[in-house]
Ligand binder design. Structure first.
Ligand SMILES: [Zn+2]
Length: 418
């Protein structure tokens, strides 16, 4: 069984690297003439520039991936796991404390390994292509804040779960799921008010005429705008985005200041209409329900497998602590989840198309969204020539050229569907 697991892991790794490789080859060789709407925005020079950016990203991503794969192999198959398990047991025999230590220390190691990559990406790679706007001081304070919030959340979620496992040994999967579901709903509500302000500064829109247009658009879409804010994303990065939060009809709209620099008002409204489309078509609710079902099923599966005590044998071990078994199970879950990726990407691309159609219906045509997306692709140096297999496997959005062509052809749906 241990060999079979190793084989499965290597298979997934080979597929992942293979997909990356054909995607890089395709980008470098598959340059085709671009549709009309790209002209004046993206020329050959710009394409060379995005190519260099993507390649630099691929390189550091590859190194990071190799480090991750090596560590995983050494830890799970190289005999490090039982050693680590015993080390933790020698610190404490308390079920909750040893469980927290087990995962906490691993997370810490993972973070420490990630630090050089994060530094390199922000201050070398993004810097070279003009995206980084973050000072080293801000990077450090972000890291400290995330570490603090992460530790708090981890202690609450993992500590609570371990306590429930001990308290209800016969039905903990249901209790743990319920506990996590309640906390995650709370976080969804509270994070815009508690967590996000720790990192970003939210202020009223600097463009006054835009705010009334945004409110008008929301009313038209059947929502009500609570606050319309801009966020100082430009302090960290030149990449841009827009989103809105809030459960129910009252929405809080947030535009990145970088987005407002890059797009004109009509394009901004079209982007926002697309985001509203996700809410109006029920995608956000579906996503929430889907993730809760996955968590519930995972909890039940973990409960069943852990009770049967078969997991240590799979790795050729005599025994393994509860936390150790959960870790192995999580790893196995992510491995099997990999084969699920194309389906979930396809599902997401379908949603994107529906939200695009909603935006067309709201704004009257797809032209504004198309030209906005082209501008964003130019500013973000996006890859315009991904390999179709790579798109099918990973892309949560249709590839840009395909999406823009579709938007340009798009017509307002006349049937009164809602
Ligand atoms: Zn979308």
């Amino acid at each position: 069984m241990k060999l079979l697991l190793l084989f499965l892991y290597l298979l997934v790794t080979v597929i992942r690297f293979g997909l990356d490789w054909i995607n890089i080859r395709h980008r470098q060789k598959g340059r085709k003439p671009l549709p009309e709407v790209f002209s004046g925005q993206i020329d050959e020079e710009r394409l060379d520039h995005s190519d260099a950016y993507a390649l630099a990203g691929d390189r550091v991503g590859f190194v990071e991936d190799v480090v991750g794969v090596t560590l995983t192999l050494v830890f799970l198959f190289g005999g490090l796991l039982p050693w680590y398990d015993q080390l933790i047991a020698s610190f404490s025999h308390n079920f909750i404390i040893s469980g927290l230590l087990f995962f906490g220390l691993l997370a810490l190691v993972q973070m420490v390994v990630g630090v050089p990559f994060s530094l390199y990406k922000n201050f070398v790679l993004e810097e070279r292509f003009g995206f980084n706007r973050m000072s080293f001081k801000l990077w450090c304070s972000d890291l400290l804040k995330s570490l603090l919030i992460g530790t708090l959340l981890f202690s609450l979620l993992a500590g609570g779960a371990l306590w429930l496992v001990q308290l209800t040994p016969q039905s903990w999967w249901l209790w743990v799921w319920g506990f996590w579901a309640i906390i995650s709903l709370f976080l969804l509500y509270l994070s815009p008010y508690l967590i996000e302000p720790l990192f970003f500064k939210f202020t009223p829109l600097a463009k006054e005429d835009l705010e009334s247009d945004v409110r008008e658009l929301l009313e038209k879409a059947g929502a009500h705008a609570g606050k319309v804010l801009q966020v100082d994303a430009s302090r960290r990065s030149g990449h841009s985005n827009a989103y809105f939060t809030g459960i129910g009809k009252v929405k809080r709209v947030v535009l990145f200041d970088t987005l407002m620099e890059q797009l004109d008002n009509k394009e901004l409204l079209a982007v926002l209409a697309h985001e509203l489309g996700h809410w109006r078509c029920g995608h956000i609710r579906q996503q929430l329900i889907k993730s809760q079902i996955v968590v519930l099923f995972s909890c039940w599966l973990a409960f069943t497998v852990l009770n049967s005590q078969i997991l240590p044998g799979w790795l050729g071990l005599e025994q393994l602590s509860f936390a150790g078994q959960v870790l192995v199970l999580g790893w196995l879950g992510s491995l099997l989840g990999f084969f699920w990726t194309p389906l979930s990407s396809w599902w997401s691309r379908r949603h994107e198309r529906q939200a695009d159609q909603f935006a067309i219906n709201m704004v009257g045509s797809g032209r504004e969204l198309a030209s906005g997306l082209v501008k964003l692709a130019r500013e973000n140096l996006s890859n315009l020539f991904p390999h179709p297999w790579y798109v099918a496997f990973y892309y949560s959005h249709p590839s840009l050229v395909e999406r823009v062509l579709w938007l340009e052809r798009g017509r307002v749906e006349t049937k009164a569907s809602d």
